[in-house]
Design a protein around this ligand. Structure first.
Ligand SMILES: [Zn+2]
Length: 269
């Protein structure tokens, strides 16, 4: 692993990218990187992530307590959300939170990114559900994000923004880029009359590519195989993966409609 100073420089570089790409406004957004089981580097609160230098970066322990903070810098107010990801996902090395415009618009509209519309998004992300709204800086957000952590590597935060995580910082940042790009395509294709979705067979082939690539992280391609078709919900419906419902362990709208229709038809006979 790169030394601590190099990682601090990388955090500044990624901060500049999320700022330059309009993924955050003013002082919004936050980034963290795991450097050991009990040491994490994170961006400070109240500063623009586009103009940071390594001295800005704070260090916290696994509970979010400050280990190091220069001058008046204090760790991000959203550090609890980051720490919950590390706690529940030992495979994760970095977490990025931003407010990219298209993804955040979906989060505000309450529409999850679950439509299978282009190969890269299906392979890289699978689906991006919406974690229920929580008040920023409280434990509400980590509590609401938690149930999605075993199944996904990205979530929208309802009426707020997006959260991504991966093995290292560049990968977590790329995930944020992919979420935003996917959201933009989905938005624009909706403007053009609605996207044409992949069918089950096409999705199954893309899942197979994902499995062949051996990519790290959680994805319906792997989860569905592991859980025999019960992958926590919110992902594409594909062969061997019967999980088109929006919530875990709840029947899908389609299933309810089919059941009700059957009952009504039975009564009419
Ligand atoms: Zn935010």
């Amino acid at each position: 692993m790169a030394n601590e100073y190099e990682i601090k420089k990388q955090i500044c570089e990624i901060g500049k990218r999320i700022y330059d790409r309009n993924m955050v406004a003013a002082n919004d957004g936050n980034i963290s990187v795991k450097i050991s089981d009990n040491e994490f580097l994170c961006t400070p609160t109240g500063v623009s992530k586009g103009f940071m230098t390594p001295e800005f970066i704070c260090k916290v322990d696994a509970k979010g307590n400050v280990l190091q903070a220069n001058g008046n810098f204090r760790p991000s107010s959203e550090i609890k959300m980051h720490m919950r990801v590390y706690e529940k996902r030992p495979d994760v090395g970095a977490v990025v939170h931003a407010h990219p415009t298209f993804a955040t618009s979906f989060a505000i509209a309450g529409i999850p990114l679950t439509q299978p519309i282009m190969p890269e998004a299906v392979i890289a992300l699978g689906c991006v559900p919406i974690a229920e709204y929580g008040t920023p800086s409280t434990v509400e957000i980590p509590d609401n994000v938690e149930k999605y952590l075993p199944y996904y590597d990205a979530v929208l935060l309802e009426s707020h923004g997006a959260l991504t995580w991966s093995t290292d910082l560049l990968a977590a940042y790329h995930k944020m880029e992919s979420v935003e790009f996917y959201a933009e395509l989905l938005y624009k294709s909706k403007m053009l009359g609605g996207p044409k979705e992949f069918d089950k067979e096409q999705i199954a082939k893309l899942y197979e590519i994902r499995r062949q690539m051996g990519l790290p992280g959680k994805h319906p391609a792997n989860i569905c195989a592991e859980l025999g078709g019960k992958c926590g919900g919110g992902c594409h419906s594909a062969e061997g993966c019967n999980c088109g419902s929006a919530k875990a362990d709840e029947p899908s709208v389609e299933a309810i409609v089919a059941e009700v229709t059957k009952k009504i038809l039975a009564q009419m006979k």
